[in-house]
Design a protein around this ligand. Structure first.
Ligand SMILES: [Ca+2]
Length: 430
């Protein structure tokens, strides 16, 4: 907008500078139509006479007009009034002039003023648009301020857990069920040897059996390729509706099994990609302290329809296969802590932490393969098994869809085993 104003001002300036630059002289016999006078070319004498008579007034007027123009271009306010004033000024000039070339000159001045007025009008439109922009920005700023206030309000309110944690606590989930809890969900437990309580997912069934869940795979959203510290502390998220994957943590699993006064059963539940479900139970299950690298021990395979993969498997590759793929008595290994019986590092090769031997027949922390089937090529440069494997059910190149590892006192398995309903649940036949 400023350039158009200045151009108009420049035009007017040219008009008067041309006028004032002329001195009397008959040598000037023509004018071009673009030198500021438009089509009204005054005669040389006419210009000179005009100058003689009006030069002082004209100079004053020019100065005034220039000041006015400057004011307009700077302030861009009250422009219409100034134009009206300029018009009046020109008209009064015209009236005070005789009806000759001075009149023509005044008319041309008026023409310029009209041109200028058009510029002003265009500029007004620009100003109007800018004002709209400003007010829309102001509205946006007001909205933002409002939003900011709402946020401040929200932040000043005391925080509430959005996840529902059940109020009952106990040494484990069976203890919690014994105290009357009937719904599955998140509970705090504090095993006898634990220095502080921690959160677990309790699965409580209709027989008031409380399973403490220590591992969950269901969709492959969680990467199980973690280091020693992560496996020690646990990773993933517990959810009150059992929708997320996690490893509870070796230290917590140790506390839950080491301090149990009665034998603990590890129940393993498996789902394949056809939706079939199978399970395996191991009793007197324990995970040792960190000083013993969270060693896995159990008394014996209690039963189940998934087979006893923890006991190792004869793959047919080597006579010692079964011996070197069993898991009872194995220490825990991760990619950064090799406690296995192999020259290399099973946990690093298979991309997960587990009670590796040389390496495994059961591997529930293995890599997640959508659809289940994978090849040696998928398994990477080493070509070792690295899916979610329970080899006594599916072969080594089949990765399971879902797994659950959970703990329950042996007494509850045995007691509920007397009920017919346990068979429906997939419990132990005794
Ligand atoms: Ca090794």
């Amino acid at each position: 907008m400023a350039p158009s104003l200045l151009a108009a001002a420049g035009g007017l300036l040219l008009l008067f500078s041309f006028t004032s630059a002329q001195t009397r002289g008959d040598s000037i016999v023509s004018c071009s139509s673009n030198d500021g006078f438009g089509k009204y070319c005054p005669t040389t004498c006419g210009v000179a006479d005009y100058l003689q008579r009006y030069t002082d007034i004209a100079t004053e007027d020019v100065d005034y007009l220039l000041r006015e123009l400057e004011t307009i271009s700077n302030l861009t306010q009250g422009t219409e009034e100034k134009v009206v004033y300029m018009k009046d000024s020109a008209i009064s000039h015209q009236k005070s002039s005789p009806q000759d070339s001075y009149y023509k000159k005044s008319v041309s001045m008026l023409e310029d003023v009209r041109q200028f007025e058009k510029t002003i009008t265009a500029q007004d439109q620009q100003i109007f648009e800018l004002e709209n922009l400003i007010s829309s920005n102001e509205r946006r700023m007001a909205d933002l301020k409002q939003l900011s206030l709402q946020l401040q309000q929200k932040c000043s309110e005391p925080c509430k857990d959005s996840v529902e944690i059940q109020p009952t606590t106990g040494s484990d989930c069976q203890d919690i069920a014994n105290k009357g809890a009937t719904i599955s969900g998140l509970y705090y437990v504090k095993p006898a040897k634990a220095t502080e309580k921690f959160l677990v997912y309790c699965e409580i069934d209709t027989f008031r059996r409380g399973f403490t869940v220590i591992q969950r795979r269901r969709d492959g959203k969680l990467d199980f390729n973690k280091d020693w510290i992560q496996y020690k502390e646990g990773f993933g998220y517990l959810s009150p509706d059992d929708t997320t994957e996690f490893w509870l943590g070796n230290e917590k699993i140790h506390l839950l099994t080491a301090s149990a006064a009665i034998p603990t059963v590890l129940r393993i539940e498996l789902v394949d990609w056809d939706g079939k479900k199978k399970y395996a139970d191991y009793t007197m299950f324990r995970v040792g302290p960190e000083a013993d690298m969270y060693r896995l021990t159990y008394g014996y395979y209690l039963g189940g329809d998934a087979g006893d993969a923890f006991d190792g498997f004869d793959f047919g590759d080597d006579p010692s296969d079964k011996f070197y793929t069993s898991h009872n008595g194995m220490q825990f290994s991760t990619r950064d802590k090799d406690n296995d019986k192999y020259d290399g590092n099973c946990a690093q090769q298979d991309g997960s932490g587990w009670w590796m031997n040389r390496c495994h027949a059961a591997h529930l922390n293995g890599k997640y393969y959508q659809g289940g089937r994978y090849t040696e090529k998928d398994a990477g440069e080493y070509g070792f098994d690295n899916g979610i494997i329970w080899v006594t059910w599916h072969n080594r190149w089949y990765s399971l869809k879902e797994t659950t590892m959970k703990l329950i006192p042996l007494s509850r398995i045995a007691t509920e085993g007397q009920h017919a309903g346990v068979k429906q649940f997939g419990g132990l036949d005794v």
